[in-house]
Design a protein around this ligand. Sequence first.
Ligand code: SAH
Length: 223
Amino acid sequence: MTIDDQSHLKKEEENGTNPKINRYWIQRYDLFSRYDEGIQIDEEGWYSVTHEEIAINHAERCHGKVVIDCFAGVGGNTIQFAKVSSSVIAIDIDPMKVQMAMNNANVYGVANHVDFVVGDFFSLAPSLKGDVSFLSPPWGGPNYCKVESFKMDMLQPRDGYSLFKIVQSITPNIIMYLPKNVDLAQLEELASLSSPPLTLEIEESCIGGKMIAITAYFSRNAA
Ligand code: SAH
């Protein structure tokens, strides 16, 4: 066994016994089915990565499109977009996340379909062009589910309204991945107050029959 193998196993043990990460670690194959092939995830990544089955669903809507994954994290969504879209721009402000996302995209053999960018999405926005913006911004940590109704202004690092306004100038289609307790009336409001108004489809994102999040698909026309 090499030193690399040993430290990898040690890290695995730590993940399995770290109480903060353990409940996510036991779902590791639901997060990345190829987890054992060298997937890398940091602490924030563990609790924010999109389950693979749900990421596959999101990607279904993006066949042949240019997708901007505006808050790419360790690449859970990026990888699935890369499999079906014409190209992906994957942005994250944290250089470590981008490095891990690149590694993980390599594990899935799709890294060459992705432009990885380290940067602040809000600064990069004016220079971006594409067909679909995918938004999975931070929900403010694992406590998001403690409130009865998750409001747009609880999204990080900026509220959902300003985020949405910026994204509208980049792509005609927007997908938002949000907490299951998100205020649906606020999503309707985002769609109806847009100019022109957008079509909104709400999807319950489920794992094992249990709703774990909401996906909102906004598009400029229903056709
Ligand atoms: N969908 C991703 C998880 C995204 S978590 C996955 O499946 O792996 C949200 C990410 O937003 C975090 O990785 C965080 O580093 C990033 N982030 C926070 N503020 C940002 C900003 N201003 N610009 C770009 N990325 C940002």
